[in-house]
Design a protein around this ligand. Sequence first.
Ligand code: XMP
Length: 509
Amino acid sequence: MILIVDFGSQFNQLIARRVRECGVYCIIEPPTLPMARIEELRPEGIILSGGPSSIYEPNSPRIDARIFELGIPVLGICYGMQFMVDALGGRVKQAQKREYGFAELEAIRTDDLFQKIPPLSQVWMSHGDSITRLPDGFEVTAVTANTPFAAMADNRRRFYGLQFHPEVVHTSKGKQILHNFLFQVCACKRSWTMKGFARQAVEEIRHRVSDRKVILGLSGGVDSTVTAMLIHKAIGANLTCIFVDNGLLRKDEALKLRKTFKEHLHINIRFVDASRQFLKALDKVTDPEKKRKIIGKVFVDIFEAEAKKIKGADFLAQGTLYPDVIESRSAFGGPTAVIKSHHNVGGLPKRMKLKLIEPLQYLFKDEVRRLGIQLGLDPDLVWRQPFPGPGLAIRILGAVTAARLNVLREVDAVLLEEIRAAGYYRKLWQSFAVLLPLKSVGIMGDSRTYEDIVAVRAVTSKDAMTADWAKLPHRLLGRISNRIINEVRGVNRVVYDISSKPPSTIEWE
Ligand code: XMP
């Protein structure tokens, strides 16, 4: 296992991704992690991440310098390297010139870390401070035009520092450098597999829950479904899932999910049809935040009432993912135990005195998908695009009515059919339609029409934090528009949303 110490860099999750792609398990922890815990974890190597601070600022984040006495290899990246230099007796100073962007790296030594790295390669720099003197025992291993200490090594103690970021794709040999650290320096084994993870997770759940009962809110998405499968494997009938149909789902979705769950999962599931309650609560509401709050509240009320019927439940399971866990803790403090209200049940565990089970809390989305496949989940469900909890209500601008829901459902069904047929469904992070609160004039046959406008949104993204509008072929867009206008009554105009996130968001509300 590799321990990644989080000094606050925006690239930290990428370091974890790269390490896991190499088949090595790793965790990201804040620098406040106590020494005793580090010794208990017994990592094969420690990676000190980059971060926005300057090492000579009074409150700059620091980890206990005794990590350098454990005999464990350490790789410092950017700020992590500067921390290492400072802690081991070297010097760091504010650079005359900030170095940001591409640089050409010249490797001047081929030590363990730089094996198979050509003499010249491209790296990504992002730093304001620079090292001016190395600590005893270190030598320079690479330079760039502006950075005389671009990489350093103490091969005897197995300490390494990189001023550039090996985890980003802009560093052409970054993956090889991390690979070298894991396998040449730390002698890690490739033992992180989904099969191994599944086995271990099931054992842990079984051990923790024993013969007690677990409740889980199924949303129909891949995270909650995979969570259900893992827990079911561990404790069988002691897991009860609750699926609340809020009436804001896409065409035939509730029905299809019901069928998939029944046929493939063989899990206790309680279906609650609450469409009427949601629609009633949303009556005449147009403000996006109000819509979200109402939907959240109605959901909690219904979920709680249903959960109470399950006598003697001790645990609530959630499909929280690793990015949520990392993002929800303060930059340098310890985890602040913020629970992502993914299924809108954030406050529930406390009120109902339930303990939380979050078996996916160390996984990234694509790992959850791989785990789903490993557990035999239907590929259609594994590859479902994300769908927001408040559903179509936040894709109908203005008031939500049964009639407008029906229009959007038909539009969305046509759109998804075309996207799938063109082979774009999995390539896109999301593709959906938005019903606008506007009408425009058109002509159909010989008559004037005055009808609804629909916006089509298709985006590519890695994690929904940023997204780009998809450059769909014009021919496909044309077919989508044609079919929607011809087949869905009440729509006479289709527009394509060409905004990226930021500054726009993916959903319109
Ligand atoms: P935005 O619109 O903020 O969305 O760019 C980012 C991602 O989150 C999804 N989303 C939600 N998911 N509950 C959810 O479970 C919600 O309330 C919610 N709102 C937005 C959105 O679809 C996109 O993938």
